[in-house]
Design a protein around this ligand. Structure first.
Ligand code: ARG
Length: 275
């Protein structure tokens, strides 16, 4: 494989400033309501991520954060957008349910006309990752297989269901990332043997992340085809990516990690069309 011609494709992202971010409940093993959160620092770290995207030439839209929805900063969970079609999110946990309609409102007011109000549980791009050929879909903790089927019908793209096994990697985007069209990186230990076999079959040249990089949320990263923005402590993964011709860009999102999220969780990609 030749890697010298990695190419940045400008993206459009949606983000939500963590003005009301805190950890008041626990719905994943990373969240400890007894551990203090520095909201101001969270905002500063998030602001650096937004600025980085702008400096790389991407467009960043913003949705207003709402008080009482501390997890709204994790915009990736707010919807899934493919070919300009918006599949709304339907959260598993009561604490996050109101985020679904809040995000759909944003899409309705911002010129998106093909909206689907979901019947089954799906947590947006937390569990749906789009490659050139497929929609990779996680289940086991949050999104359901019925939610996967609903996505397949709405987008008309083949959905590959993958079973997650480790509660620390409860969303697909904590265990797997899309690097380029049909090129991915993942943490094999986060999947059942059957799902691992499916990934090996579909992506024989995937980057396999080690446990240390996975544990610092190294796979919760965003690639534009050239730059891969990832948590700075995922140094092993960064080296693997550099070897493949990518440009890893490390960022510090330590405060957001206290809610169980990092770079990708804070970033929803708005795909207007595949052309
Ligand atoms: N506290 C949030 C939750 O548990 C974190 C979501 C992280 N987002 C993501 N795309 N993995 O739902």
């Amino acid at each position: 494989m030749s890697h010298c011609n990695r190419k940045l494709r400008p993206r459009r992202y949606l983000m939500c400033r963590p003005s009301f971010f805190e950890v008041t409940y626990s719905i994943n093993p990373w969240m400890d309501p007894d551990k203090p959160v520095d909201t101001e620092l969270a905002v500063a770290q998030w602001e650096r991520l937004r600025q980085l995207y702008l400096n790389l030439g991407h467009r960043v839209d913003l949705i207003d954060p709402l008080p009482d929805l501390p997890d709204m900063v994790y915009a990736a969970n707010g919807a899934t957008v493919v070919d300009g079609k918006v599949l709304g999110a339907h959260f598993r946990n009561a604490e996050r349910v109101p985020e679904g309609p809040a995000y759909l409102d944003w899409f309705r007011s911002n010129g998106f006309t093909e909206l689907h109000y979901p019947e089954h549980v799906n947590e947006g791009e937390g569990d749906f990752l789009i490659t050139g050929s497929w929609v990779l879909a996680g289940t086991g903790f949050r999104s359901t297989r019925a939610g996967h089927a609903e996505a397949q019908e709405f987008f008309g793209r083949p959905v590959i269901s993958l079973q997650l096994t480790d509660p620390s990697y409860y969303h697909l985007d904590t265990a797997l990332m899309v690097l380029d069209t049909d090129e991915i990186a993942y943490n094999p230990a986060a999947f059942t043997p059957g799902s691992r076999a499916v990934l090996e079959e579909l992506f024989p040249n995937a980057v396999l992340a080690g446990p240390q990089d996975a544990a610092v949320f190294g796979l919760n990263a965003v690639s534009d085809g050239l730059n891969v923005v990832l948590p700075e402590s995922a140094t092993g993964l960064a080296a693997q990516l550099r070897e493949r011709g990518f440009r890893p860009v490390g960022v510090d999102l330590s405060e957001l990690l206290k809610g169980g999220g990092s770079v990708k969780c804070c970033t929803l990609e708005l795909r207007e069309s595949t052309a």
